[in-house]
Design a protein around this ligand. Structure first.
Ligand code: HEM
Length: 488
């Protein structure tokens, strides 16, 4: 009996010590304010319920920098957008452990010499490689659009489908093939099958990232079983249209002795980052259907552009469009920026690798502890009424010739959805623009019976939020449209 009491006493003391060490903490001199929360999960519940509202309220109460706790992790939130550039430059704020956590917890592999690999592979989606990627993508997209019109039953040329399914057969398929090359007819690893399973697997991303075992989620396990049925890496490398990013990363991993299973994990991570572009395209179609004035303005811009260019081109050939021209279409660019502002859910997090005196843009210095995390939460900035007037409204022309201010000073980076490190920003934006340009130019599309959905805030942490539900759409190809071709 005595032994049992002693035993229980020791356990109790150990639990109290563990609690004091991990959860409870006192604010030290010059540290940011600590936001009070539950003794167990800290601020996790408020954050999960409505992260934007929680960050706005905390900023009002505690100022532009404060520390929250999500379960066992303390995270210092910098909510002053003017301090964004300083946060990105701080040497002791490191993204590598975050990236490793995703690789390890979600995709079950470790990337050897990860910094070098990502630095070098990232060059393969920029500069001159951007055009190769875009050529590949636009060829696959043309083919996907052509297939999209003939597979389903039609009346008066109209097809009916879920928006997700339509997007998976057009945008996702083109992205997938421009990454891995075109599949063989018998492959399990083919775009629509991969889309369906990736969509299921991805729902559990936040839980897996936090370290919960995948076995807790049987549907994620089943989806992953399908996703890993990829052709061997040598077979993918042999494809003539495989992306330079996959070519480089696969060869790098092989030369570092990594296994086929590691390569599969890495390929899925790459699909995961590209999946954001697919989600953006979902919202672009949705908001253009919802706001007819936006669609009309975009169509007018596209028609004027095509007509003007057509007068200088060979009447038999396609109208040619360069990247620079795509970047200069004000309505197209504004619709895309507004869609990203409205639907981004990303948490831009860094690990604090050493005790740091962090100086905010206003000159005030705060002490941050090694082992904590530090973050900017872009959705809270994107929904700040001082920066974006009526931020909960979708205004398609919000970004046309616009500058944005906070505390009376212009913001260098009002749109933070890509963080500072995403190497794929330019490619993703160009693919999204090219996709919606072609859709608006060549297709009529509308929702069935005014069905609606919203970005699902329960998935905050995902770069681009998924919809609360899918909507059905009607679409048909327009007659006699002048073909447009992406050129260097
Ligand atoms: C709408 C599309 C996309 C969004 C919103 C997005 C967003 C992000 C964000 C927020 C990060 C973390 C960066 C940080 O914390 O500073 C990131 C990282 C990354 N993204 Fe993207 N991304 C998109 C598309 C792409 C594409 C198309 C690629 C393909 C090349 C890509 C490749 C990467 C990679 C490799 C990283 C990790 C960088 C590193 O570890 O240093 N992303 N992305």
């Amino acid at each position: 009996m005595v032994a049992v009491s002693v035993y229980l006493g020791v356990i109790l003391v150990a639990l109290v010590l563990a609690y004091c060490r991990i959860f409870a903490r006192r604010r030290r001199k010059s540290e940011p304010a600590l936001v009070p929360g539950s003794f167990l999960w800290g601020n996790g519940k408020d954050f999960a319920e409505n992260a934007v509202e929680f960050i706005h309220k905390s900023t009002k109460k505690f100022g532009d920098i404060f520390t929250i706790r999500l379960l066992n992790q303390h995270i210092t939130i910098i909510s002053d957008p003017h301090s964004y550039e300083r946060m990105c430059k701080e040497k002791t704020f490191d993204f590598d452990p975050i990236q490793k956590q995703v690789n390890n917890n979600v995709f079950s592999f470790q990337l050897i010499d990860s910094k070098k690999m990502i630095k070098e592979a990232s060059k393969k989606v920029k500069g001159q490689y951007l055009f190769a990627n875009m050529n590949n993508f636009s060829n696959h997209l043309r083919e996907s659009f052509a297939d999209a019109t003939c597979n389903l039953p039609m009346t008066d040329g109209w097809c009916r489908d879920g928006l997700r399914s339509f997007g998976s057969r057009t945008m996702f398929r083109a992205i997938f093939r421009s990454i891995f090359g075109k599949e063989k007819p018998e492959d399990v690893f083919e775009p629509v099958n991969v889309y369906q399973n990736f969509d299921v697997f991805h729902k559990y991303f936040n839980f897996l990232w936090l370290g919960l075992p995948i076995k807790l989620f049987p549907s994620a396990c089943r989806a992953l079983d399908v996703l890993v049925k990829m052709p061997k890496s040598d077979e993918i490398l042999e494809r003539s249209d495989v992306s330079d990013y996959i070519k480089y990363s696969t060869e790098f991993m092989k030369s570092h002795g990594q296994t086929e299973s590691d390569i599969i994990g890495h390929n899925l991570v790459f699909l995961h980052v590209n999946y954001n572009t697919f989600r953006v395209s979902y919202w672009l179609i949705y908001y253009l259907m919802k706001y007819q004035d936006a669609l009309q303005a975009l169509r007018q811009e596209i028609n004027e552009f095509v007509e003007t260019k057509a007068s200088f081109c060979d009447p038999e050939g396609p109208v040619e469009l360069t990247l620079a021209e795509l970047d200069k279409l004000p309505v197209l660019n504004s619709v895309l920026n507004e869609t990203i502002r409205y639907t981004s859910g990303v948490f831009m997090v860094r690990a604090v690798t050493a005790d740091t005196d962090f100086c905010m843009e206003n000159g005030q210095t705060y002490k941050l502890r090694a082992g904590d995390r530090v973050a900017i939460y872009p959705p809270a900035i994107h929904k700040d009424p001082e920066i974006f007037e009526n931020p909960l409204e979708f205004k398609y022309d919000r970004f046309v010739d616009a500058t944005f201010y906070k505390n009376g000073r212009e913001l260098k980076n009002p749109l933070l959805a890509f963080g500072s490190l995403c190497p794929g920003k330019k490619l993703a934006m160009t693919q999204a623009k090219w996709f919606i340009f072609n859709l608006a130019h060549n297709f009529d599309f509308e929702t069935v019976d005014g069905q609606t959905c919203e970005p699902d805030v329960h998935y905050h942490g995902h770069e681009i939020l998924p919809p609360t539900r899918d909507v059905e759409i009607l679409y048909r190809r327009k007659e006699n449209r002048r073909p447009v071709e992406f050129v260097q």
